[in-house]
Write a protein that binds this ligand. Structure first.
Ligand code: OGA
Ligand code: NI
Length: 350
């Protein structure tokens, strides 16, 4: 099918006749090996269960099992209005449909910029850089008033919709952190306290234009999220997200009115490896554009992270040394463009 080519904010056109977007053979996704339908757990949060201090132990143990076995799950009945989620996807889609000159105002490769459009790439040895088939728009989601002035003005509803969404996601993050704390046998506010005051809260909207041959490209390469916890909203009816389990890629199908939740590196480290931060990637789709919005919860730069004492004993010696999140991000930037092995850099060798 003919599709109108997508022009990236950096002024290049996504096209398979441009070798910059084509992965060398040994880096391409082998789509025939992806497992469908997926078996990622779907967990009913049951919105009547407002006080998770008393949430059913069944809910806590379901989440705990999902965190141990998959590091990935979907949640339904999470209490965030469906209509709001649809408005979020709509404003984000509108953003990526702005003329590329308008998006170009946000384009930067300077990682210190808080509001930015950029493209993922992979450095491939002996091959150079391959640009991913996607575009990404990042900005903080809290505190809102500090950054709204930088958000796109040409989409008047963007600020309001995102503001409302940020409040809902903030409450949901707290609930999930408390459920995960309880799953680990900790006080319900333990993880939130441990992750520190003034967490770094960023959103990342991803846009994957249709690609005539998804076997040749990648939307986002295999990576682990760096922070503590991610809540992802994805467009309905378009697949693309995959998570790895026991060496096999599983497709994370969009479930109506669900969020995908994945644990990120800091929870793996804090739990001394008990809960998993799992590798995932997004492949492209040959017919439809796909949109996703990831909401990240990360510690701030000064927070010290390391395995919690409760999880260290003779049988389970500390797997990681203590570090500040600043150190962690510096290590990440040293590895930029390569396969992320950030937490591995903080492992204690025995
Ligand atoms: C991310 C991510 C997956 C997706 O933004 O970190 O993994 O489905 N996104 O877009
Ligand atoms: Ni991710």
């Amino acid at each position: 099918m003919e599709v109108t080519p997508f022009q990236l904010a950096n002024n290049t056109v996504l096209s398979l006749s441009d070798s910059n977007f084509i992965l060398p053979k040994d880096r391409r996704p082998i789509l025939s090996e992806v497992i469908n339908p997926d078996s990622i757990p779907i967990i009913n949060l049951n919105e009547n269960n407002i006080d998770d201090g008393h949430a059913s132990s069944l809910l806590v143990s379901n989440i705990s099992r999902a965190c141990e076995e998959y590091g990935f799950f979907q949640i339904v009945n999470h209490g965030v209005p469906q209509e709001l989620c649809q408005r979020v996807l709509a404003v984000v889609t509108e953003f990526f449909q702005l003329p590329h000159e308008e998006r170009a105002q946000f384009f930067t490769t300077d990682h210190t910029k808080q509001v930015k459009v950029y493209n993922y790439y992979q450095k491939v040895e002996g091959h150079g850089k391959v640009t991913m088939w996607s575009e990404t728009f990042t900005h903080p989601w809290h505190p809102l008033d500090d950054f709204t002035q930088f958000l796109p003005t040409s989409i008047p509803q963007y600020r309001e919709v995102f503001g409302e969404y940020a409040r809902e996601i903030g409450a949901l993050m707290d609930r999930l952190l408390s459920l995960i704390s309880r799953g680990l046998g900790l006080e319900k506010d333990y993880l939130k306290r441990k992750l520190g005051e003034r967490p770094a809260l960023y959103s990342q909207a991803n846009y994957y234009p249709p690609c005539p041959n998804p076997e040749l490209t990648m939307g986002i390469p295999d990576h682990n999220d760096l922070g503590a916890l991610t809540i992802l909203l994805q467009s309905e009816g378009v697949t693309g997200l995959q998570a790895i389990k026991d060496g096999k890629w599983l497709s994370v199908h969009p479930v109506p009115n669900a969020f995908v939740v994945n644990l990120a590196d800091q929870i793996q480290v804090l739990s001394n490896g008990r809960y998993k931060s799992v590798g995932h990637r997004a492949i492209t789709n040959d017919r439809l554009a796909r949109v996703s919005v990831a909401m990240f919860y990360s510690p701030n730069n000064d927070t010290v992270i390391g395995p919690i004492e409760d999880f260290i004993d003779e049988e389970h010696p500390a797997m990681y040394r203590n570090y500040t999140y600043r150190d962690y991000m510096e290590e990440f930037r040293r590895q930029e463009g390569r396969r992320r092995r950030v937490k591995e850099a903080f492992e204690i060798q025995r």
